[in-house]
Design a protein around this ligand. Structure first.
Ligand code: GN1
Ligand code: MG
Length: 374
């Protein structure tokens, strides 16, 4: 099947191997290896999840605009240290091709260049030097935001409406309880009260967006494994998974990035004693991020850097819980109860972040003071 799809793209040589990559929670990703004489060329082919992304062509239009813009910047500054994804067009010159499966459903596929000699992590504890890598990941996402500060926000469509609208995510949770697709909410009433009691504080960024917090072009899914690091130097080479690049807040990207990269465990670790925010990693991440983005941030963005870590953890825990109660229709799951485990994990992380907020605030204030002097 994937062989038929591959034929629709401009790949050179003979297809010799297909590897499935199971990292993402949404799309299906394959790495295709082609033989070309004595060389092997790799390509990435992805099936876009069209339940999640209801307008796949809009997703690809956004990605085309952003990657063309990034490629131009990389070229004009002769930047040898960074790359961007590039869309590989179909033989008909399109950004995507379609395929009708055995059930008669239309599937959407797109292709990208494969980034060689890079590595991505699901958790930094797997690496030799987690602190250095947390710094590099923060820097990479900060750099990505920085390159896009002069990209006209209104050129991009919203690929998922209200993606980081925290109160809306909360309402979705209430709806899931009300709709009773499953009765899974009953076992989690204490945690649900915990979610309700934090709503007000966690709605601040959404409520201020477009007012004191500027609307920017942001990535919106700054999960640790969405940045590829150079295998040898550990430096951030390319930011991937651009489906949600759209108007948003810099704080969404920072908060989600720290939530993901600086947790001491995987997102579905069930031993909750292992789930906490690693302060050394969080400080290193903030350091890397601020070095890139500090000069562009407004006072209200700077004031809410720490809050963003809490908000994005709150939001994702709410999303996992909602999906669990709705019967697991959004996130790919590997076993029954996977979304429940993810929820409890993020909820534990949220509580740990709250304990560490004062120390993080002190660190950020001191860092901002020192950057101000420079
Ligand atoms: C999804 O696709 P992936 O795995 O990079 C999700 C993010 C969540 C993340 C949690 C479009 O990201 O919002 O934070 O799972 N992406 C979408 O693991 O919903
Ligand atoms: Mg991803």
């Amino acid at each position: 099947m994937i062989e038929d799809i591959a034929k629709q793209f401009n790949f050179r040589g003979k297809l010799v191997k297909v590897i499935e990559n199971t990292q993402g929670n949404i799309n299906k990703t394959y790495i295709l290896i082609y033989e070309n004489g004595n060389t092997l060329d790799k390509y990435v082919v992805q099936k876009v999840n069209s339940t999640v992304f209801q307008e796949p062509y809009l997703v690809m239009k956004n990605i085309e605009l952003v990657t063309d813009f990034l490629q131009k910047k990389i070229d004009t500054t002769h930047d040898k240290d960074h790359k961007t994804l590039n869309i590989i067009k179909t033989r008909d010159g399109e950004n995507m091709c379609t395929y009708v499966n055995e059930a008669g459903e239309k599937e959407y596929y797109r292709a990208f260049n494969y980034i060689d000699n890079c590595i991505s992590y699901d958790n930094l504890k797997d690496s030799k030097n987690p602190e250095k890598l947390a710094y590099e990941v923060g820097k990479a996402f900060g750099h990505f935001q920085k390159l896009l500060v002069d990209f006209p926000v209104n050129m991009l469509g919203e690929t998922i409406k209200d993606f980081h609208n925290t109160p809306k995510r909360f309402n979705d949770l209430l709806l899931s309880i009300e709709n009773k697709v499953t009765n899974r909410a009953y076992g989690l009433s204490e945690e649900i009260v915990g979610i309700i009691s934090r709503l007000k504080e966690c709605s601040y960024i959404s409520a201020s967006l477009g007012k004191t917090i500027p609307l920017r072009v942001t990535h919106n899914d700054t999960k640790l494994n969405n940045v590829m690091l150079d295998e040898n130097t550990g430096e951030g080479k390319v930011v991937i998974d651009l489906d949600t690049v759209m108007p948003g807040s810099s704080l969404f990207d920072l908060g989600d990035g720290i939530r993901s990269a600086c947790s001491a465990s995987f997102e579905d670790e069930t031993d909750l004693s292992k789930v906490y925010l690693d302060m050394e990693l969080a400080k290193a991440y903030l350091e890397g991020y601020l070095e890139e983005m500090y000069e562009h941030l407004t006072p209200d963005e700077l004031n809410n850097l720490v809050l963003s870590i809490k908000v994005l953890t709150y939001e994702l825990s709410t999303r996992f819980l909602t999906d669990y109660i709705n019967g697991d229709t959004y996130f790919k799951i590997k076993y029954a109860g996977h979304n429940r485990d993810r929820f409890l994990n993020q909820y534990a992380l949220l509580q740990d972040i709250e304990r560490k907020q004062p120390e993080l605030e002190a660190f950020v204030s001191q860092k901002v003071r020192s950057l101000k002097k420079q």
